[in-house]
Design a protein around this ligand. Structure first.
Ligand SMILES: CC(=O)[C@@H](O)[C@H](O)COP(=O)(O)O
Length: 271
Protein backbone atom coordinates (compact mmCIF):
# COMPACT_ATOMS: atom_id res chain seq x y z
CA UNK A 1 0.00 0.00 0.00
CA UNK A 2 1.17 3.50 -0.76
CA UNK A 3 2.53 5.26 2.29
CA UNK A 4 0.01 8.06 2.84
CA UNK A 5 2.65 10.68 3.46
CA UNK A 6 5.91 9.64 1.80
CA UNK A 7 7.40 9.15 -0.74
CA UNK A 8 4.49 9.91 -3.07
CA UNK A 9 2.98 12.50 -0.79
CA UNK A 10 5.85 14.26 0.94
CA UNK A 11 5.18 16.68 3.77
CA UNK A 12 7.94 19.25 3.61
CA UNK A 13 8.56 22.01 6.12
CA UNK A 14 11.51 24.34 5.55
CA UNK A 15 13.14 21.85 3.20
CA UNK A 16 12.86 18.81 5.49
CA UNK A 17 10.53 15.91 4.72
CA UNK A 18 8.40 14.41 7.47
CA UNK A 19 6.22 11.30 7.57
CA UNK A 20 3.69 12.58 10.07
CA UNK A 21 1.38 15.51 9.36
CA UNK A 22 0.38 15.71 13.02
CA UNK A 23 2.32 18.20 15.14
CA UNK A 24 1.74 18.17 18.86
CA UNK A 25 2.29 20.42 21.84
CA UNK A 26 3.99 19.38 25.07
CA UNK A 27 1.99 21.37 27.64
CA UNK A 28 -0.74 20.29 30.07
CA UNK A 29 0.45 16.70 30.63
CA UNK A 30 0.69 15.11 34.08
CA UNK A 31 4.45 14.74 33.78
CA UNK A 32 7.21 14.33 31.20
CA UNK A 33 6.73 10.52 31.11
CA UNK A 34 3.13 10.95 30.03
CA UNK A 35 4.17 13.60 27.51
CA UNK A 36 6.61 11.17 25.94
CA UNK A 37 4.12 8.29 25.87
CA UNK A 38 1.44 10.43 24.20
CA UNK A 39 3.84 11.77 21.62
CA UNK A 40 4.99 8.25 20.79
CA UNK A 41 1.35 7.20 20.33
CA UNK A 42 0.68 10.23 18.11
CA UNK A 43 3.54 9.42 15.75
CA UNK A 44 4.42 13.12 15.68
CA UNK A 45 7.91 14.06 14.61
CA UNK A 46 7.61 17.80 15.19
CA UNK A 47 6.81 18.79 18.76
CA UNK A 48 6.26 22.30 19.94
CA UNK A 49 7.57 23.64 23.24
CA UNK A 50 6.55 26.84 25.02
CA UNK A 51 9.90 28.41 25.82
CA UNK A 52 8.42 30.59 28.55
CA UNK A 53 6.77 27.69 30.34
CA UNK A 54 8.87 24.60 29.78
CA UNK A 55 12.42 23.94 30.86
CA UNK A 56 14.67 22.98 27.98
CA UNK A 57 17.82 24.10 29.73
CA UNK A 58 16.95 27.59 30.98
CA UNK A 59 17.10 26.17 34.52
CA UNK A 60 19.89 23.58 34.77
CA UNK A 61 18.64 22.54 38.23
CA UNK A 62 15.25 21.34 36.97
CA UNK A 63 14.42 18.35 34.78
CA UNK A 64 14.52 19.25 31.10
CA UNK A 65 11.88 18.20 28.60
CA UNK A 66 14.72 17.41 26.23
CA UNK A 67 15.79 14.51 28.46
CA UNK A 68 12.49 12.87 27.47
CA UNK A 69 12.17 14.22 23.93
CA UNK A 70 15.71 14.60 22.63
CA UNK A 71 16.37 16.68 19.49
CA UNK A 72 18.15 13.62 18.06
CA UNK A 73 14.71 11.95 17.82
CA UNK A 74 12.31 14.86 17.30
CA UNK A 75 12.24 18.21 15.57
CA UNK A 76 11.78 20.65 18.43
CA UNK A 77 9.60 23.60 17.52
CA UNK A 78 10.09 26.34 20.12
CA UNK A 79 7.04 28.55 20.45
CA UNK A 80 6.24 31.94 21.94
CA UNK A 81 3.13 31.02 23.95
CA UNK A 82 2.46 33.76 26.47
CA UNK A 83 3.97 36.58 24.37
CA UNK A 84 1.79 39.64 23.74
CA UNK A 85 4.19 41.79 21.70
CA UNK A 86 6.49 41.34 18.74
CA UNK A 87 9.41 42.37 20.90
CA UNK A 88 8.72 39.66 23.52
CA UNK A 89 8.20 37.00 20.87
CA UNK A 90 11.42 37.84 19.03
CA UNK A 91 13.40 37.90 22.30
CA UNK A 92 11.96 34.51 23.30
CA UNK A 93 12.91 32.90 20.01
CA UNK A 94 16.42 34.33 20.09
CA UNK A 95 16.79 32.64 23.49
CA UNK A 96 15.44 29.39 22.03
CA UNK A 97 17.98 29.57 19.23
CA UNK A 98 20.77 29.87 21.80
CA UNK A 99 19.42 27.01 23.93
CA UNK A 100 19.06 24.76 20.89
CA UNK A 101 22.44 25.48 19.32
CA UNK A 102 21.41 27.68 16.44
CA UNK A 103 18.14 25.88 15.66
CA UNK A 104 16.12 27.85 13.06
CA UNK A 105 12.63 26.34 12.87
CA UNK A 106 10.28 28.18 15.24
CA UNK A 107 6.62 28.71 15.90
CA UNK A 108 5.60 32.32 16.28
CA UNK A 109 2.48 33.26 18.18
CA UNK A 110 1.74 36.74 19.46
CA UNK A 111 -1.45 36.85 21.48
CA UNK A 112 -3.80 39.78 21.64
CA UNK A 113 -6.13 39.02 24.51
CA UNK A 114 -5.61 36.90 27.64
CA UNK A 115 -9.23 35.71 27.61
CA UNK A 116 -9.73 34.57 24.04
CA UNK A 117 -6.02 34.11 23.16
CA UNK A 118 -6.73 35.41 19.66
CA UNK A 119 -3.57 36.42 17.80
CA UNK A 120 -2.56 40.06 17.63
CA UNK A 121 -2.04 40.21 13.87
CA UNK A 122 -0.22 43.56 13.56
CA UNK A 123 2.34 42.38 16.16
CA UNK A 124 2.49 38.93 14.54
CA UNK A 125 3.30 40.47 11.14
CA UNK A 126 5.95 42.70 12.71
CA UNK A 127 7.61 39.81 14.57
CA UNK A 128 7.46 37.56 11.49
CA UNK A 129 9.34 40.16 9.43
CA UNK A 130 12.09 40.55 12.05
CA UNK A 131 12.47 36.79 12.50
CA UNK A 132 12.61 36.04 8.78
CA UNK A 133 15.18 38.82 8.34
CA UNK A 134 17.25 37.18 11.11
CA UNK A 135 17.24 33.83 9.31
CA UNK A 136 14.57 31.96 11.29
CA UNK A 137 12.21 29.53 9.55
CA UNK A 138 8.90 30.77 10.87
CA UNK A 139 5.73 28.71 11.26
CA UNK A 140 3.10 31.18 12.32
CA UNK A 141 -0.09 30.94 14.37
CA UNK A 142 -2.56 33.42 12.93
CA UNK A 143 -6.15 34.46 12.40
CA UNK A 144 -8.11 32.64 9.69
CA UNK A 145 -8.01 35.78 7.57
CA UNK A 146 -6.89 35.07 3.98
CA UNK A 147 -5.47 38.56 3.48
CA UNK A 148 -3.23 38.46 6.52
CA UNK A 149 -2.25 34.86 5.80
CA UNK A 150 -1.05 36.00 2.37
CA UNK A 151 0.92 38.83 3.98
CA UNK A 152 2.66 36.32 6.26
CA UNK A 153 3.51 34.14 3.30
CA UNK A 154 4.86 37.16 1.38
CA UNK A 155 7.07 38.03 4.36
CA UNK A 156 8.62 34.57 3.99
CA UNK A 157 7.00 32.39 6.67
CA UNK A 158 7.51 28.69 5.93
CA UNK A 159 4.07 27.60 7.14
CA UNK A 160 0.80 29.38 7.82
CA UNK A 161 -1.17 28.11 10.82
CA UNK A 162 -4.63 29.61 11.20
CA UNK A 163 -6.66 28.74 14.26
CA UNK A 164 -9.57 26.35 13.83
CA UNK A 165 -11.17 27.89 16.92
CA UNK A 166 -9.95 29.33 20.21
CA UNK A 167 -6.89 27.73 21.80
CA UNK A 168 -7.96 25.04 24.25
CA UNK A 169 -11.64 25.38 23.32
CA UNK A 170 -12.01 22.02 21.55
CA UNK A 171 -14.62 23.64 19.31
CA UNK A 172 -13.21 22.24 16.08
CA UNK A 173 -13.27 24.04 12.76
CA UNK A 174 -15.51 27.07 13.09
CA UNK A 175 -14.96 28.53 9.63
CA UNK A 176 -14.16 25.94 6.94
CA UNK A 177 -14.86 28.48 4.18
CA UNK A 178 -12.07 30.80 5.33
CA UNK A 179 -9.75 27.83 5.64
CA UNK A 180 -10.45 26.84 2.05
CA UNK A 181 -9.68 30.37 0.83
CA UNK A 182 -6.39 30.28 2.72
CA UNK A 183 -5.47 26.80 1.45
CA UNK A 184 -6.37 27.59 -2.16
CA UNK A 185 -4.10 30.63 -2.34
CA UNK A 186 -1.15 29.30 -0.33
CA UNK A 187 2.14 28.15 -1.80
CA UNK A 188 3.53 27.10 1.59
CA UNK A 189 2.02 24.46 3.89
CA UNK A 190 -1.15 25.43 5.76
CA UNK A 191 -1.75 23.75 9.12
CA UNK A 192 -4.69 24.16 11.42
CA UNK A 193 -3.40 25.24 14.83
CA UNK A 194 -5.60 25.40 17.90
CA UNK A 195 -9.16 24.41 18.69
CA UNK A 196 -9.17 20.75 17.65
CA UNK A 197 -11.35 18.80 20.07
CA UNK A 198 -11.42 15.26 18.80
CA UNK A 199 -10.19 13.05 15.97
CA UNK A 200 -12.96 13.95 13.53
CA UNK A 201 -11.91 17.64 13.73
CA UNK A 202 -8.43 16.64 12.60
CA UNK A 203 -9.92 14.54 9.82
CA UNK A 204 -12.08 17.41 8.60
CA UNK A 205 -9.09 19.76 8.56
CA UNK A 206 -7.17 17.30 6.41
CA UNK A 207 -10.15 16.62 4.14
CA UNK A 208 -10.38 20.36 3.52
CA UNK A 209 -6.84 20.22 2.17
CA UNK A 210 -4.78 21.33 5.15
CA UNK A 211 -1.22 20.06 4.97
CA UNK A 212 -1.15 19.22 8.65
CA UNK A 213 -2.67 19.82 12.07
CA UNK A 214 -1.09 21.13 15.26
CA UNK A 215 -2.78 20.40 18.56
CA UNK A 216 -2.20 20.16 22.27
CA UNK A 217 -5.24 20.31 24.53
CA UNK A 218 -7.33 17.67 22.77
CA UNK A 219 -4.65 15.08 23.50
CA UNK A 220 -3.24 16.27 26.82
CA UNK A 221 -6.68 17.01 28.26
CA UNK A 222 -8.35 13.75 27.18
CA UNK A 223 -9.25 11.23 29.86
CA UNK A 224 -6.80 8.86 28.20
CA UNK A 225 -4.20 11.02 26.45
CA UNK A 226 -2.29 8.07 24.99
CA UNK A 227 -5.37 6.61 23.34
CA UNK A 228 -6.47 10.02 22.08
CA UNK A 229 -2.99 10.61 20.63
CA UNK A 230 -3.40 7.41 18.65
CA UNK A 231 -6.90 8.46 17.55
CA UNK A 232 -5.49 11.77 16.30
CA UNK A 233 -2.78 10.00 14.35
CA UNK A 234 -5.42 7.92 12.57
CA UNK A 235 -7.74 10.90 12.13
CA UNK A 236 -5.04 12.86 10.32
CA UNK A 237 -4.10 9.88 8.15
CA UNK A 238 -7.74 9.20 7.24
CA UNK A 239 -8.38 12.83 6.36
CA UNK A 240 -5.31 13.04 4.17
CA UNK A 241 -6.20 9.82 2.35
CA UNK A 242 -9.77 11.03 1.77
CA UNK A 243 -8.49 14.38 0.47
CA UNK A 244 -6.11 12.67 -1.96
CA UNK A 245 -8.76 10.16 -3.01
CA UNK A 246 -11.21 12.96 -3.89
CA UNK A 247 -14.63 12.86 -2.31
CA UNK A 248 -17.80 12.42 -4.35
CA UNK A 249 -19.72 15.62 -5.04
CA UNK A 250 -22.53 16.42 -2.63
CA UNK A 251 -26.01 16.07 -4.17
CA UNK A 252 -28.19 18.07 -1.89
CA UNK A 253 -31.58 17.09 -3.34
CA UNK A 254 -30.81 14.07 -5.56
CA UNK A 255 -30.54 10.44 -4.62
CA UNK A 256 -28.38 8.08 -6.65
CA UNK A 257 -28.85 4.32 -6.10
CA UNK A 258 -25.72 2.47 -5.04
CA UNK A 259 -26.38 -0.38 -7.49
CA UNK A 260 -26.96 0.30 -11.17
CA UNK A 261 -30.61 -0.13 -12.30
CA UNK A 262 -29.59 -1.27 -15.79
CA UNK A 263 -30.02 -5.04 -16.22
CA UNK A 264 -31.54 -5.49 -12.78
CA UNK A 265 -33.01 -8.96 -12.28
CA UNK A 266 -36.82 -8.76 -12.12
CA UNK A 267 -36.70 -5.06 -13.01
CA UNK A 268 -39.72 -3.73 -14.92
CA UNK A 269 -37.84 -3.70 -18.24
CA UNK A 270 -36.97 -7.42 -17.83
CA UNK A 271 -40.43 -8.42 -16.64
C1 LIG B 1 -1.37 28.62 19.20
C2 LIG B 1 -1.09 27.68 20.23
O1 LIG B 1 -0.66 27.99 21.30
C3 LIG B 1 -1.36 26.31 19.93
O2 LIG B 1 -0.21 25.63 19.63
C4 LIG B 1 -2.07 25.64 21.00
O3 LIG B 1 -1.25 25.25 22.03
C5 LIG B 1 -2.78 24.50 20.44
O4 LIG B 1 -4.08 24.73 20.63
P1 LIG B 1 -4.97 23.59 21.27
O5 LIG B 1 -4.46 23.41 22.65
O6 LIG B 1 -6.34 24.15 21.20
O7 LIG B 1 -4.78 22.38 20.43
Amino acid sequence: MMNPTTPNDPFIIAGKTYSSRLLVGTGKYKDFEQTRAAIDASGAEIITVAIRRTNIGQDPNQPSLLDYLPPSEFTILPNTAGCYSAEDAVRTLRLARELLNGHKLVKLEVLGDPNNLFPNMPETLKAAKTLVDEGFDVMVYCADDPIQCKMLEDIGCVAIMPLASLIGSGMGIINPWNLRLIIDQATVPVLVDAGVGTASDATIAMELGCDGVLMNTAIAGAQDPIRMASAMKHGVLAGRQAYLAGRIPRKYYDADPSSPLEGMIHSRSNA
